[in-house]
Write a protein that binds this ligand. Sequence first.
Ligand code: PBG
Length: 325
Amino acid sequence: MINITHRPRRNRKSAAIRNLVQENEVRVNDLIFPLFLIEGKNKKTEVASMPGIFRFSTDLLLKEIETCMKLGIMTFDIFPSISDKLKDKKASEALNKKGLYLNAIKEIKKHFPEAMIMTDVAMDPYSSDGHDGLVKNGKIVNDETLEILAKMALAQAEAGADILGPSDMMDGRVGYIRETLDENGFTDVSIMSYTAKYASAFYGPFRDALSSAPKFGDKKTYQMNPANSKEALIEADLDMNEGADFLMVKPALSYMDVIKLLNDNFNLPIAAYNVSGEYAMVKAAAAKGWIEGDKIRDEILLSLKRAGASVILTYFAKEFALAKR
Ligand code: PBG
């Protein structure tokens, strides 16, 4: 008999004891389901690079939300696909109260007041340049973009949005949006800032879903360099002081160290965005029979919680909730 005092395997000896000592768990309540919105009636088209994920017209989106709420999902992040003819340099369509997006937000809140609706604050879905900010002489200009973003944010709040998600990475946008909301009486509308949003190739399928890829160049002058983590602390400090209610890290999987870094240093809830490319990789490999997709999905979501994310935005939300039933 070898004398080993500490045998960590004792705490793994049965399912019951493993469950007893389990440190983290993913709840359906932790998840936000991103949904894609399109024009029309009774329309539903699958995103080719994201099997199982659809773009819905408003009527069908309402049905989808109802189904998801029955599964326990309560928070939805809505992204619009805007037709090219409505796009311009200033993203004017974003302010159109009768337009696709604001109208859908209003409809959703009318039907499901108890759901939490998150919106995206950035110019890219409406911009003829396909950038998150205003383009002048080939440059993305910061301060003029803030005015457009603040108007967009206010219009979304007026339509009934509960949580605004500035995903543009302009400097000063959280404070500028917070001030605009407060001046107009929307002190209860939350801001989930895309705090550490990296210039990532993992967004590819999302840009396919919305045809929102940049028309020239890349997003490296505003989204962060994947090589950096100290920079995430600078962004988080600013966002917290400017009034953000949540700090988000995006993408999630290659940036778990950043999730942990922010969770260790800030007392706000940390959100992780398990992005389109991360979803697509799992689905593609699972379709080939190379991995067990369902198990990998659960392991990914669990690992994000372990890293320190209390909220996870994920395209797996609905299938996770279905599997949990
Ligand atoms: C746009 C935006 C993007 C995503 C969310 N909001 C794409 C981008 O910055 O190009 C990506 C989400 C995903 O890949 O799932 N501001």
